[in-house]
Design a protein around this ligand. Structure first.
Ligand code: UDP
Length: 461
C-alpha cells in the first residue's frame, strides 16, 4: 500500500485514555485510506487494547510500542508508573517516530496526541507540522483547567479553603463548587506530577491547530462557545461510542446478541422479570472504593433486595460483608468485568451506580440510564458528578461519606419516585441531542469533517 501522508498519534497509556483515542484514529483511518497512522503507545497498554477489546482492521494503522520508562520487574503504584513514563518522554516517543518515518518512507505531516502529552506541541513545532490535541473527556472538565488562573484569583489564594465557593464567574460552570474540582487544578508549593502535566497542557493548548473532545456541543452550549474563543479550533466530535462507519458518519446500533457474553451478564439481564428493575454498579477501570463504601453499598442492596449486577475487581470482594455473596445469589451477580455498553443498553437496567468517569457518563446518557453518583476524589469524577446532578439533572448524588441509608434513599429516588421519572425525561432529551450530534448534518459530524480537513491539508499555524 502506498501512502500519501503520514500522521503520528501519541497515546497516554493510563486509565481509559488510550481507548477513545484509538477509536478516533480508527475512524480517521477509515475516512482517509491513503494516510498512514502510526499509533504510539506503551506495550502494556497496546496489549490490553488489542488483545482484549479492539481490533485494528485497517491496513493504514500501524501500532508501535514505546518504552514505558519502567525498570525491569517494576512493581509500584499507579502514580509512580505515570512518573516513570513521563520521565522517559518525549525521548521514548521521538525514537519510535524516527523508526516509523524510516519504515514508511514518509515524514510526519501532523501529530495527534492525548492532550496530557503536551510535549507533542514541541515535537510538532520542531518538525514544522501542526499538533492536534485530543481531550478524551468533557468540555466542562477542560474548562476548569483553562480557567484555573481566574479561579485561583477569585479564591484569593492557592490554598483551597472556601469549599462552598461556586464558579459563578466561569461560563457554564455556575453550579460547580471549588470542592468539586480535580486536585490537579491547584499548583501549590509542592505540585503533583499530574498538576504540573495539566498546567503544561494549559500553556500549550492554544498553540494546537485543534483541540478535539469526546463530547458534543449541545450538552453545554455556553461552555462550548467560551472554549471556542480560546483555541484555533475546538472540535467536539463525540460521543465517540456512537459509531461512525467507514467513509460515513452514521449511527451504529450495537447488537448485544452478536457480542460475546462470556460472563453471562446479558443472559442474567434477560432473566429479570421487569424492564428497568435491576441496577448496574461500576467504579470504572482503576478506582477502588474503600471497604466502608463497599460495605455500605452491599448492605443497602441487601436491605432493598433490588436485583443488581456489580462489576467488581476480584481484590475488592474481600470488602463485602461476610456471607453477602451467598445471601444475594438469587438476585445479584458480580463479575470482574462487564460488557458495560451492552449492559447499560439492556431494558432490564433501571439505574447505574457510578464513580462518574466520563466514558461511563456518556454511555449512560446514550443508553438513557439515570445515574447514582458516587464519585471518588480523583481526576474529574466529582466535577462530572456535579454536572450530572445539578446541571443536566440526569442523576442523583450521594454527598459526603457514602452510607447505607444514603444509598437506600438514592435508590428509592431513582427507581421508584417522581424524581426518577423526571430524571429519565431529562436523560432522554440529552440522549436525543447526542444522537442528533452524530447524524449526517449534526454538530459532531461537521466537526469531524473539519478535523479531517485539517489533518489532510496540514499547515503550521
Ligand atoms: N468498563 C467496562 N466494563 C466494566 C467496567 C468498565 O466495559 O466492567 C468500561 C466502561 O464501559 C467505560 C470504561 O470502562 O468505557 C471506564 O471509563 P470511565 O471514563 O467511565 O472511567 P475510568 O476507568 O477512566 O475511571
Amino acid at each position: 500500500m502506498v501512502f500519501d501522508l503520514h500522521i503520528g498519534v501519541l497515546a497516554f497509556p493510563f486509565g481509559t485514555h488510550a481507548g477513545p483515542l484509538l477509536t478516533l484514529v480508527q475512524r480517521l483511518a477509515a475516512s482517509s485510506p491513503r494516510t498512514q497512522f502510526s499509533f504510539l503507545n506503551t506495550r502494556v497498554s497496546n496489549g490490553s487494547m488489542f488483545n482484549a477489546r479492539v481490533s485494528v482492521p485497517y491496513e493504514n494503522i500501524k501500532v508501535y510500542d514505546v518504552w514505558d520508562g519502567m525498570p525491569q520487574g517494576f512493581w509500584g503504584n499507579h502514580f509512580e508508573a505515570i512518573r516513570l513514563f513521563l520521565s522517559a518522554s518525549p525521548d521514548n516517543f521521538e525514537k519510535v517516530i524516527e523508526k516509523a518515518e524510516e519504515e514508511t518512507g514518509l515524514k510526519l505531516c501532523c501529530l495527534i496526541s492525548d492532550a496530557f502529552l503536551s510535549f507533542a506541541c514541541d515535537l510538532a513545532e520542531k518538525r514544522g507540522v501542526p499538533w492536534v490535541a485530543f481531550w478524551g473527556s468533557a468540555s466542562h472538565s477542560l474548562s476548569v483547567h483553562v480557567h484555573t488562573e481566574e479561579i485561583l484569583k477569585a479564591v484569593g489564594s492557592t490554598e483551597v479553603t472556601k469549599q462552598e465557593h461556586t464558579l459563578s464567574y466561569i461560563p457554564g460552570l455556575t453550579k460547580v463548587r471549588l470542592s468539586d474540582l480535580p486536585p490537579e487544578n491547584f499548583l501549590d508549593k509542592n505540585p503533583s506530577l499530574l498538576a504540573l502535566t495539566i498546567n503544561n497542557m494549559v500553556q500549550k493548548l492554544p498553540k494546537s491547530i485543534a483541540v478535539v473532545l469526546n463530547c458534543f456541543e449541545e450538552i453545554d452550549p455556553v461552555i462550548t462557545n467560551d472554549l471556542k474563543s480560546k483555541f484555533k479550533h475546538l472540535l467536539n466530535i463525540g460521543p465517540l461510542m456512537l459509531g461512525l462507519q467507514p467513509q460515513h458518519l452514521i449511527l451504529s446500533s450495537p447488537n448485544p446478541r452478536a457480542l460475546d457474553d462470556k460472563t453471562g451478564c446479558l443472559s442474567w439481564l434477560d432473566n429479570q422479570n421487569k424492564p428497568r428493575s435491576a441496577i448496574y454498579i461500576s467504579f470504572g477501570s482503576f478506582v477502588t472504593p474503600s471497604k466502608n463504601e463497599v460495605m455500605s453499598l452491599a448492605e443497602a442492596l441487601e436491605t432493598c433486595q433490588i436485583p443488581f449486577l456489580w462489576s467488581m475487581k476480584d481484590h475488592v470482594k474481600k470488602s463485602l460483608p461476610e456471607g453477602f455473596l451467598n445471601r444475594t445469589i438469587a438476585y445479584g451477580k458480580i463479575v470482574a468485568w462487564a460488557p458495560q455498553l451492552q449492559v447499560l443498553g439492556h431494558s432490564s437496567i433501571g439505574a447505574f451506580i457510578s464513580h462518574c468517569g466520563w466514558n461511563s457518563i456518556l454511555e449512560s446518557i446514550c443508553s438513557c440510564v439515570p445515574m447514582i453518583c458516587v464519585p471518588m476524589t480523583m481526576a474529574d469524577h466529582k466535577l462530572n458528578a456535579r454536572m450530572v446532578v445539578d446541571s443536566w439533572k440526569i442523576g442523583v448524588g450521594v454527598e459526603g461519606v457514602l452510607t447505607k441509608s444514603k444509598t437506600i434513599e438514592a435508590l428509592n429516588h431513582v427507581m421508584f419516585s417522581e424524581v426518577g421519572k423526571s430524571i429519565r425525561e431529562n436523560i432522554y432529551r440529552l440522549k436525543e441531542k447526542a444522537l442528533d450530534a452524530v447524524k449526517l448534518d449534526g454538530s459532531s459530524t461537521k466537526n469531524y469533517k473539519k478535523l479531517l480537513e485539517i489533518i489532510s491539508a496540514p499547515k503550521v499555524g
